[in-house]
Design a protein around this ligand. Sequence first.
Ligand code: HEC
Ligand code: HEC
Length: 196
Amino acid sequence: MRLRHPPQLLHVLSVAGLLAGAVPVPAQTPVAPPKAAVCAACHGAQGNPVLPLVPALAGQTARYIYLQLRDFQEGRRSNALMSPMAKDLSRDEMRELGAWYAAQKSSPAPFQPDAARARLGKVKADETLCTMCHLGGFAGQNEIPRVAGQPFDYVVKQLRAFKARERTNDAGNMTSVSSTLSDDDILNLAHYIAGL
Ligand code: HEC
Ligand code: HEC
């Protein structure tokens, strides 16, 4: 049988086809998805919250936001204010919200860290290799959250919750890290991280 196309051309075409399929098409959501109107009450219009125990969503990774919404919906993570908000979201709405918030600019509320505590927090973070997972500056990647600039009280609450195993949706990553932290370490780390 005779080939209609030279084999090299077929090869090029099939590689191009594979690439076209593999390149993720970013969700085009320049305007906020409709469901974000509800979220704004606590997380702020652009995902920069003003309440101390509410986490920032602006600049958070899309993947982490999606996974947390799924965990709240399915009860792996639970919070009296947040759990009801995830209850009726579809998977597509979760992805759309994740993509949109990830594209918003993080602008944390001004925070004055205690300089001595923040210094000790940085030493502890280096020693505990936090940034092996969270990356330098706690910027986050994929399913590992950005923690830089999260409200001080929120960071303290989450680290205490992992340590007490009240929050266990972390596949063991944070519960084991935080088991080595004293409450003083937690406060020092939060001074450091909230000021980043
Ligand atoms: C009534 C207030 C309130 C509303 C409205 C609300 N949230 Fe939340 N949300 C919270 C609180 C409080 C937390 C922190 C829960 C905890 O302490 O574990 C949270 C946590 C989250 C988290 C986890 C973030 C992280 O860093 O771990 C995500 C994602 C999230 N909310 C998304 C949303 C989305 C999307 C909406 C709208 C559909 C929404 N929230 C509406 C209060 C709210
Ligand atoms: C082995 C990897 C790993 C290491 C090391 C690690 N983390 Fe995490 N961290 C994670 C993952 C994964 C999550 C998200 C858990 C989930 O999905 O609920 C997380 C979540 C968190 C959260 C909650 C963020 C939010 O928005 O709710 C804080 C705060 C945090 N980490 C701080 C730290 C600090 C401080 C250290 C060092 C003392 C540290 N992490 C070390 C993997 C890690």
